[in-house]
Design a protein around this ligand. Structure first.
Ligand SMILES: NC(=O)c1ccc[n+]([C@@H]2O[C@H](COP(=O)([O-])OP(=O)(O)OC[C@H]3O[C@@H](n4cnc5c(N)ncnc54)[C@H](OP(=O)(O)O)[C@@H]3O)[C@@H](O)[C@H]2O)c1
Length: 291
């Protein structure tokens, strides 16, 4: 029987996996949040693996506070790099598939065509550097690691840009939104579906490991995404398009971080729905949760 361990289970992606798991009752699920299992605690991890016959680990745990990471290198490295290498090694020892989630931030965003998984990385900032170090340690300790880079993730759960927009629309008559950063808004529910598809239907290919990109199709700026949320919500808030230098942040963001999904679609046959359609499903989901 497939036994899937999800670490960082209370984050956006972990929560979407938990929601989806209800449709896969033939799988043994183990959802562990930060307080249940700290991935930096190597003894606790080793014990968990000895006590449970895990066949697949999906690591959704990460230090994701991009700006805070700039002044918190050690903690970010411990969670995003050292712990990831340790999880990969444990999976190798216990013959479990290791699936790890990484980020578009491994690229510097200076290209103007979509980034493919084999292309040279140049992580800027602490978060990006620690996530890239995590990829390297995972591959070093377990060459069969399956690393999925994604980007601009939002969900019905947790904090994210579309939910922040909804909150600010209700508080402010106008907002300044950056329009010179381009990426692929990605619904965590679609990442969760793609992961389940790979685990259930493409186990042998997944076992070969590798680095792949998964994002929703199409591209948008933060301004485009804010406008789309505004349209869905019916808000009258006025949105002003501004440049990144007018909204300085401690960590520099890539200007162009569009990820190519050709490889993951061709290898595993996963779907990458158009981001605007995905956002409409998110809108339905958050309104269902309210009722
Ligand atoms: N969000 C994005 O836009 C984005 C973009 C590209 C890639 N990604 C990647 O996608 C993955 C999932 O992201 P997400 O948006 O779902 O992140 P998230 O909502 O921030 O969730 C991360 C989870 O990890 C937990 N965590 C932190 N430190 C931990 C530790 N030491 N042990 C166990 N759990 C720990 C957090 O718990 P606490 O909150 O209790 O600490 C949180 O529940 C991450 O690898 C992230 O780097 C995200």
């Amino acid at each position: 029987m497939e036994q899937i361990l999800v670490t960082g289970a209370n984050g956006q992606l972990g929560s979407e996996l938990r929601l989806l798991s209800a449709q896969y009752k033939h799988i043994g699920w183990h959802f562990v949040g930060h307080s249940d299992l700290d991935i930096t605690n190597s003894n606790a991890l080793a014990r968990f693996f000895e006590q449970h016959p895990i066949t697949t680990l999906i690591n959704c745990a990460a230090y994701t506070a991009v700006d805070k990471a700039e002044t918190n290198y050690d903690q970010a490295y411990a969670i995003n790099a050292t712990a990831v290498g340790n999880l990969a090694q444990l999976c190798h020892i216990h013959k479990a598939q290791f699936i790890h989630i990484s980020t578009d931030f491994v690229f510097d965003g200076t290209q103007n065509t979509p980034y493919h998984p084999h292309q040279t990385v140049n992580p800027i900032g602490v978060y990006a550097q620690t996530k890239y170090a995590g990829e390297q340690l995972a591959m070093q300790h377990n060459p069969n690691s399956l690393i999925i880079r994604t980007a601009w993730v939002y969900s019905a759960f947790g904090n994210n840009f579309p939910k922040t927009m909804l909150r600010l629309f209700a508080q402010q008559p106008n907002l300044n939104i950056v329009y010179d950063q381009i990426g692929c808004p990605t619904y965590a529910a679609d990442i969760a579906s793609a992961l389940l598809h790979i685990i259930i239907h493409q186990k042998e290919k997944a076992a070969q490991g590798g680095i792949f990109h998964y994002v929703n199709a199409g591209v948008a700026s933060w301004y485009d995404l804010a406008m789309a949320v505004r349209q869905l919500s019916g808000s009258n808030c006025i949105l002003n398009a501004i440049e990144s230098h007018q909204y300085p942040t401690p960590a520099k963001r890539p200007h162009y971080s569009v990820l190519a999904t050709n490889e993951i679609r061709a290898t595993f046959g996963v779907q990458t729905p158009y981001w605007h359609d995905a956002l409409a499903r998110w809108w339905t989901a958050i309104n269902l949760n309210k009722s």
